[in-house]
Design a protein. Structure first.
Length: 73
């Protein structure tokens, strides 16, 4: 997955505890300019990932319009 300049990164699930998120944040400071550093949050809800994916897809579907013209050969 590639995301350019997110405002927030949300980690979910049991694998991400406070110390791991702190370490991720620390590593990100080496590669990310301070003015572009996203907020990092942890959500222990099991539905966080799928609900975020659904909202993202719905937003994309309702705001994306593509005009295609077929002029033939």
């Amino acid at each position: 997955m590639a995301v350019l300049n997110p405002d927030v990164i949300v980690f979910g699930g049991e694998a991400f505890d406070t110390s791991l998120i702190r370490e991720i944040h620390e590593q990100m400071t080496y590669y990310t300019p301070q003015e572009s550093m996203p907020h990092i949050l942890h959500d222990s809800s099991g539905a966080t990932g799928i609900e975020g994916l659904i909202l993202s897809c719905r937003s994309y579907l309702t705001t994306y319009t593509k005009v295609v013209q077929n002029i033939g050969v």
